[in-house]
Write a protein that binds this ligand. Structure first.
Ligand code: 8YV
Length: 326
């Protein structure tokens, strides 16, 4: 008998077909969002789950679904999974690193540029029919090339953004992270380590790529925003909650920073209503990894993890490899 799995969200048909060759698949191609109790209900008796950042795997769910052996996230971030709780119950958890790095860095850079060069604001004005004449300072924004790029969090995506800034745009790149990169890696990506206060004080464009954890909650709040230049931009492609959105909306409204680019929000898909009325913020619905090629690669990696995990193979990207038997 094939192991039973749940694919919690709609996935590409070719991925579903592969999974059906190995498993008795319960799918959700209607892409209905499952409330926590519905997720538990659908997962009972299943050995595996393919999930996204919208599904939460916690101790309560794991205890209710004791047959579960593997949960495979279609995302690199895994703050939706209580990994220690999985490990304690011998459940393998996996994520999708690497395959989305360059695509996500492209988007982060684009969002930063859109905020700096006031693209959304200018486009909205044009669509409203306000472009009746040209003027010298019309939608004049901040320089990107040659400016200082500050990166908070220096994992794979942070490094890919640093390379774009240093090599492509001649930016001075500074970063802050819990751990400093090896000297040769700093040279390769063209970035210099600084403390958090220096990062906030010197960055013309601050890009946040810090994974969410309770310790990272509101890493950027009112006090941090106050330390930034009035001309600076802030871009968040990490997770909602790393930035205090209420404080950010206030800083943008009061123009104590110039602009922001946000792809992630506290409590998304809801967002702080104050953000919607502001001209100086570019808002996108968590799409930094959204190219067809990358989303397919992410789903494929999650499928490879699930197939290996439930057939005694070696999952490519485990988060808690200690649960795997040799
Ligand atoms: C996902 C992301 O699309 O990988 C991540 O961590 O934030 C995005 O690439 C999203 O989380 C859906 O699972």
């Amino acid at each position: 008998m094939k192991p039973k799995i749940l694919v919690a969200r709609a996935v590409f048909p070719e991925i579903l077909e592969q999974l059906q060759q190995h498993f008795d698949v319960s799918s959700n191609q209607g892409d209905e969002i499952l409330a926590p109790e519905q997720l538990i209900e659908r997962l009972r008796g299943k050995s595996g789950a393919m999930i996204t950042g919208s599904e939460r795997i916690d101790a309560q769910l794991l205890d209710a679904c004791s047959q579960l052996k593997a949960v495979c996230n279609i995302a690199v971030g895994y703050n939706n999974i209580d990994v220690p709780a999985c490990t304690a119950r011998g459940v393998l958890a996996t994520n999708t690193p690497d395959v989305l790095t360059e695509t996500t860095a492209d988007f982060g850079f684009a969002l930063m540029m859109a905020a700096a060069r006031r693209m959304s604001e200018a486009e909205r004005s044009l669509r409203r029919g306000e472009w009746t004449r040209w003027s010298l300072d019309m939608f004049a924004g901040a320089e990107v090339h040659g400016s200082t790029l500050g990166i908070l969090g220096m994992g794979r995506i942070g490094r890919a953004i640093a390379r774009r800034g240093a090599l492509g745009f001649g930016m001075k790149v500074i970063y802050h992270n819990r751990s400093r990169l090896a000297p040769e890696l700093e040279v390769e990506v063209g970035a210099r380590y600084v403390d958090k206060a220096t990062l906030l004080r010197e960055a013309d464009h601050l890009v946040i790529v810090l994974p969410y954890s309770p310790e990272a909650h509101h890493t950027i709040a009112a006090a941090e925003l106050k330390q930034m230049k009035r001309s600076a931009t802030l871009t968040n492609i990490a997770r909602g909650g790393v930035v205090d959105d209420v404080a950010l909306a206030e800083a943008l409204r009061a123009r104590t920073i110039a602009a922001a680019g946000l792809d992630v929000f506290e409590g998304e898909p809801q967002l702080h209503p104050g953000l919607l009325d502001l001209p100086n913020v570019v808002l996108t619905p968590h799409i930094a990894s959204a190219t067809m090629g990358t989303r397919l690669a992410m789903a494929q990696l999650a499928a490879d993890n699930l197939i290996a995990a439930l057939s005694g193979g070696k999952p490519p990207t485990p988060l808690n490899p200690q649960v795997l038997k040799d």
